[in-house]
Design a protein around this ligand. Sequence first.
Ligand code: NAD
Ligand code: DAU
Length: 350
Amino acid sequence: MKKILITGGAGFIGSHLVRLFVNKYTDCQIYNLDKLTYAGNLANLTDVEKAPNYHFIKADIVDGEKMISLFESYDFDQVIHLAAESHVDRSISNPMEFIMANIVGTVNLLNAARHQWKNDFTGKLFYHVSTDEVYGSLGDTGYFTEETPYDPHSPYSASKASSDHLVRAYHDTYKLPIVISNCSNNYGPNQFPEKLIPLIINNIRNNKPLPVYGEGLNVRDWLYVVDHARAIDVIFQQGKIGETYNIGGHNEWKNIDIVKLVCQIMDEKLGRENGTSEKLITYVKDRAGHDLRYAIDATKLQRELNWEPSLQFEEGIRKTIDWYLENQQWLDEVSSGHYLKYYEDQYQNR
Ligand code: NAD
Ligand code: DAU
């Protein structure tokens, strides 16, 4: 039976990917390796945790010896690597954690795969999941393609760019069979409420100010998380070794417009008078080095591997809001304790 290792499977995107793989590949063993940082939550996976082909391993990818010994014990055939520190604002206040998890952690996994696979790469794959932020920032026009030069601006995006380069270097130098994908902003159920959309939903629910950085004119290209997981599956199955694929939904929104849309839908769902939530919008100090616009050209993935997003944004955002309203206990649990301290540090002087 093939053994597939998914790192970061208790996080937002990872949990959707683990669910897809456990349900779809019943003839494979799926191993979810996660440190369970503040962003990792096994409650995201209760529906699959008892499946006979699902296994959880609590471990830190920064521990290189542990990675080698896990590869020796389990002899994984394929790896899909998502574990990372993922929040830009946290990378600005604490860059070192990002260097360790995103760069050192990735190299530890590359070394463990090399150590275990030796030079026999039959049936092996190291799939690295990355971000469009490595390409930097666009002006008002144009798109990121797979050929766009790397130009990261935050410690988060620089750490992801470094890890992408290292993954490619292990392919060029040691012939490790790799593939990389770079995706735009994801939204959907189970996203930690430090990120824009769940933060806005959570704050509306609690009648708290809605912090919009700068003038709210920065643009992000939003993709429903399940469509990202579907794209990873397609690339995992059919992607060409050594290649990079961009993933995105051609769905650009200015931050302020998305905040207003969420306000409008939340008013409707909560039975509040239209305009109530918008009154909570508060413009705050901009993020340092804030990239103006991201927009992905996903033509290669569409043309070569026949992938397309399945959901329109209007439907996806309503499904997302419904999920948070139906899972308020999940939101309350993840936004208590350490989260409150983080929130205070992050927003009190803005
Ligand atoms: P997340 O923060 O929700 O989850 C990250 C997971 O990794 C958590 O479960 C956490 O416990 C785990 N983790 C962190 N450090 C670890 C370590 N040292 N050892 C083991 N596990 C560790 O992140 P996400 O939004 O689901 O992103 C997943 C991946 O996708 C990341 O690599 C990110 O860069 C990439 N990505 C995210 C987006 C997005 O919009 N969220 C878009 C493109 C790419
Ligand atoms: O583009 C892909 C990236 O998308 C991923 O690689 C990252 O892991 C993920 O966190 C996300 O990064 P962003 O910085 O784009 O996402 P975030 O939700 O933090 O912010 C989205 C936009 O909203 C950004 O322009 C900053 C702004 N913002 C964010 C927060 C948290 C606000 O205006 N107010 C806020 O409180």
